[in-house]
Design a protein around this ligand. Structure first.
Ligand code: HEM
Length: 621
C-alpha cells in the first residue's frame, strides 16, 4: 500500500534575518542549539523546539522509511504566514520559504513534494504567487483558515480558491491564530481546543455562505486535523439548518450535501474517532496527515490507519489512494509537475508520465479482488463472485445517480418555476432504469451454473448472505423503503451500519419528490389530523393532476414515468432473483437464515412509489 502524507511541516535550516531586512520586530527565526536540534523563536519568545527532520532531507527520508511513508507533501508552518504584515514583507517572506521548500524537495529523491504559501491578505498577489509556485513545481498551497477577521467565505478568499481550482492546485487549510486565546493561556489549549473550533468554523463558513455552490467542483480542498470538530457536530448543524430558517445561511442544500466537496486529514490520534470520520466523510474523503515532525504529530506517520480495524481497501484509500486524487498524482499535477524532482520519484506527478488505461481504471487492483473460498477452487465460484461484484458496482452507480436525482429535485423545490432540474432528474432516472434492466438480465449468466456445482461450495459462504448487501439496502432506504430492522444484518460491519443509519435519517427520493410537488403548489400541505390513508390519496391525486394537465407538466410526467419504470424494474429484479434462487437451491433456507424463496416472495409487494400506481387506478375512475 502506498502511503502519502499530505500534512507535515518543514523549516529551512536558516533564512535571512527578516526583522533586520524589514525593520519590523517579532519575525520568526531559527536558533540552532546543539547538533540536530534548534528552537524556533518569534522575536525573543521561544515558539517551539524542533529537530533536524525539519530541515534535513536525509533525516526525513530515513524516518519515512521507518514509518513506511512513500511520499511527504511538506508545507511551512502557520507561524510563517505573515498575513498581518504589510504585503511587501509577506510576499517576500512567502517567496523565500516557497523557494526553500523546493530546494529541500530537490534532495528528496522524488519522495518530497511541497505546498506553497501565499500572502492571503492581498488576493491579487496571492493568486500571482500561487501561479508562480505551481509553475515552479509546488503541488498546491497551504493557507491559514482565516485572515484577521475574514473567514474563508470572504469574497476575496473565495476568488483565490477559484484561482486554485483553475491552476489545479490542491489546497490544505491549516488552523492558526486561534480565537479566544486570552481564555486559553495554559496547557496548549489553543492547539487542543482552539484549532478544532477554528477548522470547524472554516468548513461551516464555506458551506453556509453558499461558497461551495459557487466554487467549481474541481476545487480540491482539505482541512487539517480531521476537519477539527466539524464531523462530530455535523448533526447539530443539520438540525439547525432544517429547523431554523435563520441558521440556513445562503447554501442551496443541507450541510451534509457538501461532504463530497472537501477532504479532511487523518490527524485525530484515536481509532474510534478515525472510524467515525470515515463513516461521516466517507472513505474517499480522508487523507493521511501526520503533522510530522512536530510534538503534537503522529509518532509513526500512518500507524493509526495501519493498525485500525478498517478494511484493507479503506486503509489503502486513506494511506495513499485518496491523496493521489487530491494531489492529482498520476493524473498530472497541472503546471507543477515539470521540475526534476517530480520525475525521479516512485510516484509520478506530472505531464511527463502519461496516464494509462490500466492505471486510470486500477485494473490490477480490480483483478486482484476475486478470492474464491473453495479449496481447491471450484470452477464456478469465480463466476459467482464476479456476478455479485458486478451487481455491487452497478448498485454503486445507481446510488450515485439517485443521489443526484434527489439533489435535482431539492433544487426544483427551491425554484419551482425552473424546468432544468426536472429535466436533469428525468435524464438521470432514465439511466437508472437502463442499468436496472441490465441487472434483471444478468441473472441468466448465473443460471448457467448447475445447482450441484453451487452446492459444492455453498457451505463456504455461510453466514454471508444477500441480506448483507449494504448498497442494496441503501438503495431501498434512499428510494423511501426504510426498514430499521434490516440494520441488524450490518452489525458486523460498523461502517456499513453507520452509512445505513445515515440513509435512514436523510430525506428519501420519495420524500423530496413530493416536497417538490408541494413547492409547485400541486400537492397541498399535510392536513393536521389526516390519516396516512388520506395523505396517500392526496399524494396520488396530486400525481393525477399532473397527468391531467399534460401540456403544462410534460417534464414532471417524464419524471413520473421514469420513476414508475424504475419501480417496475426493481420488482422484475426481485422476481428474477427468486426464480434464480428456486432454480439453484429450491425452497431451502437462505444462508442469511431466512426461509429462502418463500420469504423473498413477500418482498414482491414492495413498491417505492405506490402513489404513482394508485394514480393509474384513479385515472380510470
Ligand atoms: C446462487 C445464487 C443466489 C442464491 C442461491 C441466493 C439466495 C438468496 C436468499 C435465500 C436470500 C434471502 C436471504 C437469506 O436468507 O440469505 C437472498 C437475498 C438477497 N440476495 Fe440472493 N441469491 C443468489 C444470488 C444473488 C445475486 C447474484 C445477487 C445480486 C446482488 C443477490 C442479492 C441478494 C439481495 C440484495 C438479497 C436481499 C433481498 C431482500 O432483502 O429483499 N443474490 N438471496
Amino acid at each position: 500500500m502506498q502511503a502519502i502524507d499530505i500534512h507535515n511541516h518543514f523549516f529551512p535550516r536558516s533564512w535571512p534575518d527578516l526583522a533586520q531586512r524589514f525593520g519590523t520586530p517579532n519575525w520568526p527565526w531559527i536558533k540552532h542549539t546543539e547538533a540536530g536540534k534548534a528552537d524556533i523563536m518569534v522575536g525573543d519568545r521561544l515558539f517551539r523546539h524542533i529537530y533536524s527532520a525539519c530541515w534535513d532531507p536525509e533525516v526525513r527520508l530515513q524516518e519515512m522509511d521507518r514509518d513506511g511513508v512513500d511520499m511527504q507533501v511538506i508545507s511551512a508552518t502557520p507561524v510563517l504566514f505573515a498575513y498581518e504584515r504589510p504585503l511587501k514583507h509577506a510576499l517576500e517572506s512567502a517567496q523565500l520559504f516557497n523557494d526553500a521548500a523546493l530546494e529541500l524537495c530537490s534532495h528528496g529523491k522524488g519522495r518530497l513534494k511541497s505546498l506553497c504559501q501565499v500572502p492571503l491578505q492581498d488576493i491579487d498577489a496571492a493568486c500571482k504567487e500561487l501561479s508562480r509556485c505551481m509553475r515552479a513545481g509546488h503541488l498546491g498551497v497551504q493557507i491559514g483558515n482565516h485572515v484577521a477577521e475574514k473567514n474563508l467565505d470572504d469574497p476575496g478568499i473565495v476568488t483565490f480558491l477559484h484561482h486554485c481550482a483553475d491552476e489545479g492546485a490542491a489546497v490544505l487549510v491549516h488552523p492558526w491564530d486561534m480565537m479566544g486565546q486570552q481564555r486559553m493561556p495554559n496547557y496548549m489549549m489553543p492547539w487542543t481546543v482552539g484549532m478544532p473550533a477554528e477548522t470547524q468554523l472554516s468548513v461551516v463558513a464555506l458551506i453556509l455562505s453558499g461558497a461551495f455552490d459557487k466554487l467549481p467542483s474541481t476545487l480540491r480542498i482539505c482541512f487539517a486535523h480531521g476537519g477539527g470538530s466539524f464531523s462530530f457536530l455535523l448533526g447539530r448543524l443539520e438540525n439547525a439548518w432544517h429547523h431554523h430558517r435563520v441558521a440556513r445561511g445562503a447554501c442551496q442544500f443541507p450541510p451534509r450535501h457538501y461532504l463530497n466537496r472537501f477532504y479532511v486529514d487523518s490527524a485525530v490520534f484515536d481509532e474510534p474517532t478515525l472510524q467515525f470520520l470515515v463513516c461521516t466523510m466517507s472513505a474517499e474523503r480522508v487523507l493521511l496527515g501526520s503533522d510530522y515532525p512536530f510534538p503534537l504529530g503522529e509518532e509513526h506517520a500512518g500507524a493509526l490507519i495501519r493498525e485500525s480495524h478498517l478494511s484493507g481497501r479503506v486503509k489503502a484509500q486513506l494511506l495513499g489512494g485518496n491523496a493521489k486524487q487530491f494531489l492529482r498524482l498520476e493524473l498530472g499535477a497541472g503546471a507543477g509537475g515539470n521540475d526534476e524532482s517530480t520525475r525521479d520519484g516512485n510516484l509520478s506527478a506530472g505531464p511527463s508520465e502519461q496516464l494509462s488505461y490500466s492505471a486510470y481504471l486500477e485494473v490490477a487492483e480490480l483483478l486482484d479482488l476475486q478470492n474464491p473460498q473453495s479449496s481447491p477452487p471450484h470452477h464456478d465460484e469465480l463466476l459467482f463472485i464476479i456476478v455479485h461484484q458486478t451487481y455491487e458496482l452497478w448498485f454503486k452507480e445507481l446510488l450515485h445517480d439517485l443521489d443526484a436525482v434527489v439533489a435535482n429535485l431539492q433544487r426544483a423545490s427551491a425554484h419551482p418555476e425552473s424546468r432544468d432540474e426536472v429535466y436533469e432528474a428525468a435524464r438521470l432516472l432514465r439511466r437508472c432504469t437502463e442499468i436496472t434492466r441490465v441487472l434483471v438480465e444478468q441473472f441468466t449468466i448465473l443460471e448457467t451454473m448447475l445447482p450441484t456445482h453451487f452446492l459444492a461450495f455453498r457451505d463456504k459462504l455461510e453466514p454471508a448472505s444477500g441480506f448483507q448487501s449494504e448498497q442494496f439496502r441503501e438503495l431501498e432506504f434512499l428510494c423511501g423503503l426504510k426498514d430499521a430492522k434490516m440494520l441488524a444484518y450490518h452489525k458486523p460491519t460498523p461502517e456499513a451500519h453507520r452509512r445505513l443509519e445515515r440513509r435512514l435519517r436523510e430525506p428519501s427520493l420519495h420524500h423530496v419528490f413530493f416536497e417538490a410537488l408541494r413547492a409547485m403548489g400541486t400537492l397541498p400541505a399535510p392536513q393536521p389530523g389526516a390519516s396516512e390513508e388520506q395523505e396517500f390519496e392526496t399524494r396520488s391525486r396530486a400525481i393525477l393532476s399532473l397527468y391531467k394537465n399534460e401540456q403544462h407538466y410534460r417534464y414532471w410526467i417524464d419524471v413520473c414515468e421514469r420513476l414508475t419504470e424504475f419501480d417496475e424494474l426493481v420488482v422484475s429484479w426481485r422476481l428474477r432473483h427468486i426464480q434464480l434462487v428456486e432454480r439453484i437451491i429450491g425452497i431451502r433456507m437462505g444462508t442469511g437464515g431466512s426461509a429462502g424463496a418463500s420469504y423473498l416472495k413477500h418482498t414482491l409487494d414492495k413498491k417505492f412509489f405506490p402513489e404513482l400506481w394508485e394514480a393509474r387506478t384513479l385515472l380510470t375512475e
